[in-house]
Design a protein around this ligand. Sequence first.
Ligand SMILES: [Cu+2]
Length: 290
Amino acid sequence: MRIRILFCLGIALLASACSGTPNRHEYTLQGQILAIAADRKDATIKHEDIKGFMPAMTMPYKVRDAKEYDNLAPGDLVTATLVVVSNDAYLKDVKKVGNAPLEKPPAEAAMPTASAGFELLKLGQPVPDAKFINQDGKPTTLASLQGSAVIVTFIYTNCPMPTFCPLMDRHFATIQEKLKAEHNELKVHLLSVSFDPAADTPPVLKKHAEKLGADPKLWTFVTGDRDDIDQWASRFGVSVSRAMNDQRDITHNLRTAILDRQGNLVQTYTGNEWTPEQMLADVRVMVGVD
Ligand SMILES: [Cu+2]
């Protein structure tokens, strides 16, 4: 009996040791710091190609130790190690290697209100409809979801950063699970909008949705005409920019929003700090049970 217990314990330890070794990769990043967050745990960096991982782009990178960004300022050229684990990514060993004048303000600062002339939606305002194509290739509209509270987010399926679009996908999957557990008594529908229609064709979205276990009754993936989607997304504060020379090079921020049952904007979330629990609690308070 004792031997058997010890043996099981051995197996358990072995198993936890194995699963405790996450799928970890390290890459070298070279770039220029454009901005550093007030808590000094996040910086917007314009960087070169990260070989084997992602093309050159500008995006925020967090660090686990705020000291990493100590003594650094916008304009500084840096090298760093990008650590990517299955559900997180962060920089370590950030080293200053030089300084150069800043070319232009970071993407996040270029608000769509100023650049495109599309006004940000205000809380309480009706969200305009758009012509979407869903994962089945069928035209669909927001109006078809009326009667449900809608949680909408913006993604593209090729996003390489575990803390960006893939995190939104994981959060939506968690929300779906929670909704199902209570038979969707909140009457919520999830809407993931891809701003990369060139790559995210309906069959690609469908495969992506299936991989995430998305139930089409609760969670719809859509895309549409690129300019239409960009314009619609910009009204939530989404800013997307694509490199001329590389289709995959998409720089974007994150916005997630709650729409009430009549299609009015109820709340917007910036970035990736929100949690599925908070989101559902907010829907419960701000929209309520039908
Ligand atoms: Cu992304």
